[in-house]
Design a protein around this ligand. Structure first.
Ligand code: I3S
Length: 128
């Protein structure tokens, strides 16, 4: 994902800045903690790194440590219902491991792109 925009033919490689919070971990509800994260979709893995990212922050670089990763195989993605968050443009990601995340951006097109990419990824890897 070093250059953008990506052609629509490679939905499984995507990155950008999103607001993210976990809401459930291992099936247990956790306290929301919205943070701005550099987010990378790589194959069936979604990676989050702290900070705004920007041009110089890339995995492999000085700030490269992923904060956490989730495996999307067997997971699901949907537009979050109003009771999940008061924010606009929120997508809910659920993993088979019992993690639930909310991802959000004030830019609706950004979130829509992520929604599509995540859905593509989940259906592509459905039988693994
Ligand atoms: O679903 P909640 O509990 O209303 O989520 C809000 C809280 O997590 C709040 O933090 P504290 O109440 O822990 O201080 C956050 O600041 C809000 O952003 C959360 O709600 P939204 O609707 O923004 O997801």
């Amino acid at each position: 994902c070093p250059s953008s925009p990506k052609p629509p033919t490679s939905p499984s490689e995507k990155c950008g800045v999103l607001n993210v919070t976990k809401i459930t971990e291992h099936g247990k509800k956790v306290r929301k903690n919205w943070t701005s994260s550099w987010t990378v979709l790589q194959g069936s893995t979604l990676l989050f790194a702290k900070g705004q990212g920007g041009g110089t922050s890339w995995f492999g670089g000085p700030q490269s440590k992923p904060e956490f990763t989730v495996d999307l195989r067997g997971g699901s993605v949907e537009w979050a219902s109003k009771d999940k968050s008061s924010k606009k443009h929120v997508v809910e990601v659920k993993t088979r491991q019992g993690t639930e995340l909310l991802i959000q951006s004030d830019k609706d097109d950004v979130v829509s792109d992520w929604y599509r990419a995540l859905q593509d990824t989940i259906s592509t890897h459905a039988w693994e």
